[in-house]
Design a protein around this ligand. Structure first.
Ligand SMILES: *Cc1c(COP(=O)(O)O)cnc(C)c1O
Length: 395
């Protein structure tokens, strides 16, 4: 009890993840240094095979980032100029940037406020003659329902391209993230569930032609050296060194995901008490398939404390939190030309005001989780009792 003030809780802790693996990582990196195949080397091919197999998808194509995986993945599927792509308004901006980089026209839809996942009924209403693809984002580590997605895609002849940047090995209805549609994208940004020691990404697909096209696109649009068949080509490869590091980490991914689930369970159990105070976690509708890239709560209007006040109070006591994301894509200044305004996607906008992401990472201790919840409980209940204080007691 006496030292509770000294317990600080970072938002993520990558050092605690890498320290136990340091020797193995050094050996893997040294092997690449000695082999000298820094671009498109053996360790990249090995990691592509291992990661795609883990996701039960035939082909994996390593690229420089998750953003490039979306852009090049869509291009490889033949989605581009003149094609409309449906995506949620409440996603990380990279989803939108990927669609735009592919040359396609983004069409936003709102989310289901309970899960923060794309609202597929709204998606159905947004379909036009130009709609080519739907781009579901498995946000926070929870998959969008595969059966509902497949129904929608079949009924309207749409291609499914999954943004699985937050959902490595997530499952729902017997499907693994990244295995539902024509192709999918992953990010290996360091803080993702599987992260490199720098930037990285991957396209997964079951289709050989899409895989071949993606491989050509990431390497100047060349099908063989100095023979360029695709003008959309760029330089975007996952480094051999990063792939070597990722191969060291991959065997631990399911354990890390399981640790995230247990932390989320602990948060759920203890936060239950705060329901009557207007504090509620984003709903998990996929049971054990959720991989909790983020643990997100909502502070609804009946909550006695405001988000900024709570965040500041937590921060002052050494607990870091985040907001994913404070401004929905359609209201970002860079994309005003898409012609949207406040009110266009009300659930996404409301969530952006109400959500708060709590610390979650595999090596988080019980003491740390309890510390986060104790502080939230104190703040919320204190604010609650202040609200209901009889007027004459204030004077
Ligand atoms: C991280 C992320 C991306 C982009 O990945 P980068 O590797 O940072 O380019 C795309 N979509 C979502 C949902 C993400 O969380």
């Amino acid at each position: 009890m006496t030292d509770s003030k000294t317990i600080s809780v970072p938002f993520v802790d990558l050092l605690s993840q890498h320290q136990p693996l340091e020797d193995e990582l050094m050996i893997a990196i040294q092997a690449v240094i000695h082999k000298g195949d820094y671009i498109l080397g053996q360790a990249l091919a090995d990691f592509e095979a291992a990661f795609s197999a883990a996701c039960k998808v035939r082909y994996g194509i390593g690229v420089a980032s998750g953003t490039d995986a979306i852009a090049l993945g869509l291009q490889a599927c033949g989605v581009g100029e003149g094609d409309e792509v449906i995506l949620p308004a409440n996603t990380f901006i990279a989803t939108l940037i990927g669609v735009l980089k592919a040359g396609a026209s983004p069409v936003f839809v709102d989310c289901d406020p309970r899960t923060a996942l794309i609202d597929l009924a709204a998606a159905a209403r947004a379909i036009t003659a130009k709609t080519r693809a739907i781009l579901p984002v498995h946000l926070y580590g929870q998959m969008v329902s595969p059966s509902a997605l497949l129904d929608l895609a079949r009924n309207h002849n749409l291609l499914i391209f999954e943004d699985a940047a937050q959902a490595h090995l997530a499952e729902r209805e017997g499907y693994l993230a990244g295995s539902i549609g024509a192709a999918s994208s992953f990010s290996f940004y360091p803080s993702k569930n599987l992260g490199a020691l720098g930037d990285g990404g991957m396209i997964l697909t079951q289709t050989e032609l899409i895989a071949q096209t993606a491989r050509s696109l990431r390497s100047y649009g060349a099908t063989r050296k100095y023979y360029h068949t695709d003008p959309g080509g760029v330089n975007s490869r996952l480094d051999t060194l990063q792939a070597a590091a990722l191969s060291v980490k991959l065997p631990h991914l399911s354990t890390w995901n399981q640790q995230r689930r247990l932390i989320a369970q602990h948060y759920d159990d203890r936060l239950h008490r705060l329901k009557s105070y207007g504090v509620s976690p984003i709903e998990n509708q996929s049971q054990n398939g959720h991989v909790y890239h983020l643990y997100v709560i909502r502070l609804t209007p009946s909550c006695p404390i405001n988000r900024t006040t709570l965040q500041k109070a937590l921060n002052a006591q050494g607990v870091q939190t985040g907001i994913h994301y404070p401004i929905p894509c359609h209201l970002q200044p860079a994309f005003q030309s898409l012609g949207h305004q406040p009110g266009d996607f009300p659930h996404s906008e409301t969530l952006s005001q109400e959500i708060l992401s709590l610390p979650i990472y595999p090596n988080m201790t019980h003491t740390q989780i309890d510390r986060v919840i104790d502080l939230i409980e104190n703040q919320v209940m204190e604010a609650g009792s202040a609200q209901f204080q009889p007027i004459d007691s204030v004077a």
